[in-house]
Design a protein around this ligand. Structure first.
Ligand code: GRF
Length: 209
């Protein structure tokens, strides 16, 4: 079984997934890493670990549809069982998300549905949240709004800065993502008519992992 990971930058979640695969905790190969930016730092890690990499540079396409079409073909060229967005900073079209419906998953650094979009750690601090964290969800065309599979929670401390909070959340992300991916590969988690099914039953609330 193979997983394709899409990145735009650092790629620490992609590294954590790859490490989980190497250690056998995740029973699939990270076989293809695709970036929309040629200078995405995570590409270097992937190359140095002999993972196939492809750059689909969004600046070379005149429309979102054209870019998504190229991205779609690049993903399908390696026939992955699962596609994971890991810091992939592009909105995706409905045609794209519908094509991959049920096998396209994202990780987001907040307790969704709270704090969609960017600057989530700042938003959590400014809102005075006592809890913050990360979420893994199926991807739909609406940004950060697809069915939520699982979340990990951290406390927000009084002296937290955006950086300290981001670092604590990232540690959780690195555990949460491969765990959810593994549940998916074991067929414990499934997309069913726009909802998440867990062990054959519709999830009323996201899992807490
Ligand atoms: C992570 O916080 C992820 O949740 C968000 O973007 C960040 C990417 O970090 N979508 P990295 O590139 O995986 O290190």
């Amino acid at each position: 079984m193979t997983i394709t990971v899409l990145i735009s930058g650092r790629g620490s979640n992609m590294c954590a997934l790859h490490e989980a695969s190497l250690s056998g905790q995740l029973s699939a190969d990270i076989s293809h890493v695709i970036a929309n930016k040629p200078d995405a730092a995570g590409l270097q890690y992937a190359r140095s670990h002999n993972i196939k990499t492809t750059v689909v540079d969004h600046t070379e396409y005149s429309s979102r549809d054209e870019f998504d079409q190229q991205l779609l073909g690049t993903i399908e060229s390696s026939s992955p069982r699962l596609i994971l967005l890991a810091g992939f900073m592009r909105k995706l079209t409905e045609a794209f998300t519908q094509h991959f419906e049920s096998r396209l998953i994202n990780i987001h650094p907040s307790l969704l549905p709270r704090h969609t979009g960017l600057n989530t750690h700042e938003k959590a601090i400014l809102a005075g949240d006592r809890w913050h964290g990360c979420s893994v969800h199926f991807v739909t065309a609406e940004l950060d709004a697809g069915p939520i599979i699982a979340r990990s929670v951290v406390n927000v401390e009084k002296d937290d800065t955006q950086e300290s909070l981001a670092a604590r959340v990232l540690t959780k992300e690195h555990q949460l993502y491969w765990r959810v991916a593994q549940l998916y590969l074991e067929n414990a988690i499934r997309w069913q008519d726009g909802h998440v099914e867990y062990c054959g039953k519709r999830l009323a609330y996201p899992l807490t992992l």
